[in-house]
Design a protein around this ligand. Structure first.
Ligand SMILES: Nc1ncnc2c1ncn2[C@@H]1O[C@H](COP(=O)(O)OP(=O)(O)OP(=O)(O)O)[C@@H](O)[C@H]1O
Ligand SMILES: [Mg+2]
Length: 503
């Protein structure tokens, strides 16, 4: 779940927050929420929302409108604005802030029902519930984002200004009907989200990366840098990480491919997992760490702690962004360098983005076999190029051939993950780095995914297969761990012609 809702004061269900009765002026013209109450609202949003968890499902709109990707009509927002204005006029916000969330919601429910009656709005029960949930979300929670934050099937939430919100579900990015009142409301909610972890986002510090208490990864970029209102991106944290068995069930990898991954994870190959954004790199890295023997000392370095290692002997490290004065940053390079003094047997780097790649390669080269990391690249070959350019950009004045030799001497296997155009995620290559020929690093694919076509529903049909290499370069490592028979069987079985369309 998203954050933790702490009770902010004594429960006072009996007390009323009404300051004055709801105005009985059904014909009163619509007016925007007054600026003074809005300022108070911002205050209450900060007070009540800090450390808050989402509303329970009971408060969800009965019509599940959040699943409907069509937009609500203007009349809904017009009506909501009127009810909201009347509510703000009626309640004492400071009292509401002192109440626990459940009681506050009950109060709001009563008053909103009264307002709807007095204003004589013709609404179905479902519409009323929808309106009520929206208003409660605005006053007590993360506003229009609440319903999305509660859904477990969403991988990413992407808000592009007040009027456009997209989500990724089952690998597909779709637009939702979620809208914010205006850019200020969106910015307030962004501020509330990041303030949970003591961060700030506003015009003076418009970029903010944060990891929430529940592990979700958040990035906000606010105006003036974002031209059309704040852009908020949330990678929701999944408590139940996918396992290799589940990846097999989803067809991301075949059982034989999964066996090869288990073996290379166990036998201390140095592994780089390569893939595009959201292709499943971290998920795969997490899966592969399951096969590390439990007596090995592992140090993990991440920008935002996502890995969940099961072994007993794990030290988890996380980078730190600079403070508001721009000081105090601890970079990934600092962490990886420090790791080397911690007597690790394996180093696992969540995402390699810069010069830390050099330190990781050095570690792989100097007795920390079995280290792993992920890199953003679209193919194994591009991954190698990226590594070389990251080293070049890190200011290491080394001849190109030396860099290639370091890369070649360090990395054993590149596993390529991809999100295909039908939204499915597949492991497309298990590739070995074999050696150098002249100035070129030579690789060989052990296992690949071939796309054969697409079915009537637009889903891609393909097949995982071994390329026929019976003795990979890491054979000796496999034999050292007694895994050579299993490796031979996996490579052999997946080399047989499988029926068309199977994974
Ligand atoms: N094989 C898979 N099948 C279905 N869903 C998957 C698969 N792999 C990952 N996912 C889901 O996709 C989302 C993104 O996965 P993950 O965080 O591993 O991607 P990533 O490549 O590390 O992303 P980023 O580039 O942002 O770091 C997660 O919600 C995850 O649960
Ligand atoms: Mg990742």
């Amino acid at each position: 779940m998203f954050g933790k809702r702490t009770h902010q004061g004594p429960s006072d269900a009996g007390a009323s927050v009404r300051e004055r009765p709801v105005e009985a002026k059904p014909e009163a013209p619509a007016r925007p929420v007054a600026s003074a109450p809005r300022a108070m609202l911002a205050e209450i949003e900060t007070k009540v929302g800090r450390g808050s968890a989402p509303m329970p499902p009971a408060a969800r709109p009965a019509g599940e409108t959040q699943r409907n990707t069509g937009r609500r009509d203007d009349a809904f927002y017009e009506r909501k604005s009127q009810v909201f204005a009347a509510l703000i006029d009626t309640i004492d916000l400071s009292q509401l802030a002192a109440m626990d969330v459940e009681s506050a919601r009950e109060e709001i429910r009563d008053i909103v029902n009264d307002i709807i009656q007095i204003k004589n709005y013709a609404m179905t029960i479902a519409e009323q519930e929808d309106l009520l949930a929206d208003i409660c979300n605005d006053v007590l929670g993360y506003g229009p984002l609440e319903p999305l934050l509660m859904r477990d099937d969403i991988a990413d939430i992407m808000v592009n200004g007040a009027k456009k919100t997209f989500i990724e579900v089952n690998g597909k990015v779709i637009e939702t009907n979620v809208q914010f009142r205006d850019n200020q409301q969106l910015l307030n909610i962004c501020q509330r989200i990041v303030s949970q972890v003591g961060r700030r986002v506003d015009e003076t510090s418009p970029i903010c990366d944060a990891r929430l208490p529940d592990g979700s990864r958040v990035n906000v970029i606010a105006p003036p840098l974002a031209l059309d209102g704040a852009a908020l991106t949330i990678r929701k944290f999944k408590k139940d990480k996918l396992t290799l068995d589940q990846l097999v069930q989803f067809g991301s990898i075949s059982p034989e491919g999964a066996a090869i991954l288990q073996i290379i994870g166990r036998v201390r190959c140095n592994i780089v997992i390569s893939g595009g954004t959201g292709s499943g790199k971290t998920t795969l890295l997490n899966c592969m760490t399951h096969y590390i023997d439990s007596d090995e000392r592992i140090v993990t370095c991440e920008d935002s702690a996502e890995l969940q290692l099961q072994q007993p002997h794990v030290v988890r490290l996380e980078t730190r962004p600079p403070n508001i004065e721009g000081e105090g940053a601890i970079t990934m390079r600092d962490l990886v360098k420090n790791c080397l003094r911690m007597r690790p047997e394996r180093i696992v780097v969540g995402e390699v983005r810069g010069p830390e790649v050099f330190d990781l390669l050095q570690a792989m080269n100097t007795g920390h076999d079995g280290s792993m990391g992920t890199i953003h690249a679209n193919s194994p070959r591009e991954c190698l190029n990226r590594i070389e350019s990251m080293i070049a950009m890190g200011g290491f004045a080394l001849p190109s051939k030396t860099v290639k030799e370091i890369v070649c001497g360090s990395i054993d296997i590149i596993v390529q993950a991809a999100r295909l155009r039908d939204g499915s995620r597949r492991i497309t290559h298990i590739t070995e780095v074999v050696g150098m020929e002249g100035d070129v690093i030579i690789t060989q694919d052990l296992f690949v995914y071939d796309i054969k076509g697409e079915d009537a529903n637009g889903r891609l049909i393909g097949k995982h297969r071994s390329t026929g290499i019976g003795r990979p370069k890491f054979w000796d490592k496999a034999r050292y761990y007694g895994e050579e028979k299993r490796l031979a069987a996996a490579l052999d079985a997946s080399n047989e012609e499988a029926p068309e369309g199977s994974f």
